[in-house]
Write a protein that binds this ligand. Structure first.
Ligand code: CO
Length: 134
């Protein structure tokens, strides 16, 4: 059901500093920051040949990454995103298998303008999983 790895997301305390690390020290191509208020984050994408790294900074008071950054003040790997062809059928299949979809269970529009949803980390090897319909 899952296809390619779309991105690995790293939560960071300072997006400008993280952008400098990737652009200036690692020599990567990094996108302009994009504020996503409905997701409570500001993101940049590090464009790699075969996939992307998403750097996430908290935005607003109720950011879903705030408690993660409290536990990981230097930042850390936050989630992994796999592509699916049909997010509704993927969601239905996962829910019927007992997996938990976060939030209201409905896909939201993500940073690429495509529907995304998140799966509970306890159901997937301790890793928060994002599914994105391509
Ligand atoms: Co993501």
């Amino acid at each position: 059901m899952i296809g390619n790895l779309n991105h690995v997301a790293i939560a960071v305390p300072d997006l400008d500093a993280a952008t400098c690390q990737y652009r200036d020290r690692l020599g990567a191509r990094v996108s302009q920051p994009q504020a996503l208020p409905e997701h409570g984050v500001t993101v940049v994408f590090v464009e790699l040949g075969n996939t992307k790294v998403e750097l996430l900074e908290a935005l607003g008071d109720n950011s879903p990454i705030a408690s993660f950054l409290e536990k990981n003040p230097a930042g850390g790997m936050h989630h992994i995103c796999y592509e699916v062809q049909d997010i509704q059928s993927a969601r239905d299949r996962l829910v019927s298998s007992g997996a938990r979809v976060l939030g209201d269970g409905k896909p939201k529009i993500g940073a690429h303008g495509k529907p995304v949803l998140f799966l509970h980390p306890k159901d997937f090897c301790g890793t928060l999983v994002e599914l994105e319909q391509i």
